[in-house]
Design a protein around this ligand. Structure first.
Ligand code: NAD
Length: 476
């Protein structure tokens, strides 16, 4: 059994769950200890007790832990990428790329630890000095989803530690393996006891205990909109800082003047790679009428060529859906879309390839209109819908007509439309001639409307959430 990490100790529990490979349900990766209310509260206490020491640690100490962690992650990227693909189901090249990115994030924040600055401002009063500094917030609760098992924990934990906070980390139930390895690496890199605590277990128990505990000063959460709303309510009750990254219904606009190959590639990648299980997936393809037929035919042809299968097989391009519940949800949305008038291409599901897993062929649903549920609700699978529109103005309107606002893309060769879309798209991230998914690790990440709440994640903007500002006045 892989234990919890509480106060620097490895803690086993009476209950444990199996981590099952979605590509092959006969493959049990390991068993993982499960925290209950008591273990979670002990972890919160350990983080509290460790806070003062870590808050006043030197930038060099923090740099060294983060740098050593990044070095080990990158050195072990093939092994950790294999574990990630085995537990989550994204293909091996994607698993290794995600692990590499996690290592790069730790290196970025190792550097940020050495770049902590303040401001000296002239007072409006004579003889007074004014200093503006940043301080850690305190104990940060990190609650993460299953779809990026190592990158999302990395982009929350690395800045939390960089700026002197201590952490209680609760990973998603389906992917404890990557979370466990990351925590183990950080401990061996020299993190003092209690600075990072890992509590694996159900959201309704471990996550809820974190939300209810006033000793947690801030929560950074990524997951569904429904859970995000619960997190928000609890944070308001406790007057604590929060950062929420939630769902998306990301539009990719394809205009008549687009380079057809570029548009098809962007749609194929954005909608279906990583099995469509990305919050930034291109799930709404909004296509103007002249190019519509060629685009749909070309995309369908490329989809038919995609090899669905075991995530670790060398020739697989689309791995399985993460579990039975997600597969049932995907199939239900395909069914709803067809019943509401959509026309389906692909979308066959089969448990049996060479192994038994949750396999689903990419699905494209054409002839849809914006009001259909397939265009208003996040599905989170290898499923995209096509909405035919008259012109750019209608495309922009449809793109923005969503409760979500994470990422938005446009394929066009016209600078006027590209510039206008960058300006007017109601999204945190805008892509021109690129998929809506796939971002850099050193620049802000996040969205608007129901997709995000609170300051941006990643890059130097991460400082906004993970620090609090102090203004000090000194009279001579
Ligand atoms: P989820 O909301 O089911 O779970 C997210 C986390 O919250 C898990 O660790 C879960 O255990 C925990 N949780 C559940 N109930 C809780 C409670 N009552 N109190 C506290 N914590 C609780 O989401 P998921 O299914 O793991 O992930 C998929 C979702 O994540 C999708 O909606 C996707 O769009 C979103 N996502 C968003 C981003 C982004 O940056 N915007 C990135 C990746 C995924």
């Amino acid at each position: 059994m892989k234990p919890l990490f509480i106060g620097g100790e490895r803690v086993t529990t009476s209950s444990a769950v199996e981590n099952v490979n979605p590509s092959d349900i006969s493959d049990v990766i390991d068993t993982y200890a499960q925290a209950g209310v008591a273990e979670t509260q002990t972890a919160i206490q350990a983080a509290r007790a460790a806070f003062e020491g870590w808050a006043f640690s030197t930038p060099q100490e923090r740099h060294d832990v983060l740098k050593t962690t990044g070095d080990e992650i990158i050195a072990r990227k093939d092994e950790l990428g294999t574990l990630l693909s085995r537990e989550e189901g994204k293909i091996l090249s994607e698993g290794i790329a995600e692990v590499t990115r996690a290592g790069q994030i730790f290196h970025f924040f190792a550097g940020e630890a050495l770049r902590q600055t303040g401001e000296i401002v002239a007072s409006v009063r004579p003889g007074i000095g004014v200093e503006i500094t940043r301080e850690p917030i305190g104990v940060v609760g990190v609650i993460t989803p299953w779809n990026f098992p190592v990158a999302i924990p990395a982009w929350k934990i690395a800045p939390a530690l960089c700026f002197g906070n201590t952490v209680v980390f609760k990973p998603a139930e389906l992917v404890p393996g990557s979370a466990w390895e990351l925590t183990d690496i950080l401990h061996r890199a020299g993190l003092p006891e209690g600075v990072l605590n890992l509590v694996m277990g159900p959201g309704s128990v471990v996550g809820q205990t974190m939300l209810d505990d006033p000793r947690i000063d801030a929560i950074t959460f990524t997951g569904s909109q429904a859970t995000g709303a619960r997190v928000a309510q609890a944070c308001v009750t406790h007057m604590r800082k929060m950062q929420l990254e939630m769902g998306g219904k990301n539009p990719l606009v394809v205009l008549d003047d687009a380079d057809l190959d570029v548009a098809i590639e962007a749609a194929l990648n954005g909608a279906f790679y990583s099995t469509g299980q990305r919050c930034t997936a291109s799930s709404r393809l909004i296509v103007t009428q002249e190019i519509h037929g060629r685009f749909v035919d070309g995309l369908s042809q490329r989809m038919r060529g995609l090899k669905v299968g075991h995530a670790l097989a060398a020739d697989t391009q689309i791995g399985p859906v993460v579990d039975a519940t997600q597969l049932a949800q995907d199939l239900e949305y395909i069914d709803i879309a067809c019943r509401q008038g959509g026309s389906l291409r692909g979308g066959n599901s089969s448990m049996t390839h060479e192994t038994q897993g949750f396999f689903l062929e990419p699905a494209l649903i054409t002839e849809t209109v914006p009001e259909m549920r397939i265009n208003t609700e996040e599905v989170f699978g290898p499923i995209a819908s096509v909405i035919r529109v008259r012109d750019y103005e209608e495309a922009l309107h449809v793109a923005n007509d969503s409760t979500y606002g994470l990422s938005a893309g446009i394929c066009t060769t016209n600078l006027k439309y590209a510039s206008d879309f960058k300006r007017k798209a109601e999204a945190g991230m805008v892509m021109v001639n690129l998929p809506t998914a796939g971002v850099d690790y050193h620049v802000p990440f996040g969205g608007r409307k129901a997709s995000s709440y609170g300051p941006r994640e990643q890059g130097s903007h991460a400082r906004e959430f993970f620090t609090t500002v102090k203004t000090a006045y000194t009279a001579p």
